[in-house]
Design a protein around this ligand. Structure first.
Ligand code: GLN
Length: 200
């Protein structure tokens, strides 16, 4: 039997527990990641929502930025949600002072694009090629304003790009972990299975 995939959840700040719970429900083993050492032996990683400028600062403070960037560039299946998408992007239109990104996903994002916290909402999106219904929440969500070459658009909301994929990297503006929506996390675990099959 193949062992349960070990999926890291970056646990510096933000919505960590909800992702860990969902991964467990799907049969994966969540691993909370706060140090570079904890990146070893992972089959995938999730960058949760939160405040992207805070997570950026903590990543650099804890010496985690370069090691995390390294494993993603080497092909580790990666899912960034909301602030996590901002962190993965190659640039932010309206960064906080000094804010940087990991530059591993060739898109540009705009933060808080759907308005303030009070404009947060629960919606149903059409996901991927077959337009599967995905029920999810938007909370001070970013949008993708530029999609680089080789980056696929997986979903839109109000005409704006809110989900993208490029190779091993998936980035979404919204929070499926808050509505119990498993489609996106299953997609991440499919990337793990595909990578294992290649390595076998
Ligand atoms: N607006 C937040 C940011 O800029 C993201 C919000 C979220 O992750 N729910 O990082």
């Amino acid at each position: 039997m193949t062992p349960a995939p070990r999926v890291g959840v970056l646990a510096l700040q933000g919505g960590v527990a909800e992702h860990a719970r969902m991964l467990e429900e799907l049969g994966a083993e969540p691993v909370l990641v706060r140090t570079a050492e904890q990146l070893a032996g992972l089959d995938a990683i999730v960058l949760p929502g939160g405040e992207s400028s805070t997570v950026d600062r903590l990543l650099r403070l804890f010496g985690l930025r370069e090691p995390l960037r390294g494993v993603i560039l080497e092909g580790l299946p990666t899912l960034g949600t909301c602030a996590g998408l901002i962190l993965l992007s190659s640039g932010i239109e309206d960064p906080a002072p000094g804010q940087r990104t990991l530059e591993v996903l060739d898109v540009t994002v705009a933060r808080n694009a759907f308005g303030s916290q009070t404009a947060s909402e629960e919606v149903e999106l059409a996901w991927g090629e077959d337009g599967a219904a995905v029920r999810t929440a938007f909370i001070r969500a970013p949008v993708v304003t530029r999609v680089g070459e080789g980056v696929a658009v997986l979903a839109r909301h109000r005409g704006q790009v809110v989900a993208v994929a490029s190779g091993n990297v998936l980035g979404i503006s919204f929070h499926p972990e808050l509505t119990g929506e498993t489609t996106v996390h299953r997609h991440l675990l499919e990337l793990v299975a595909a990578r294992r099959a290649l390595a076998a």
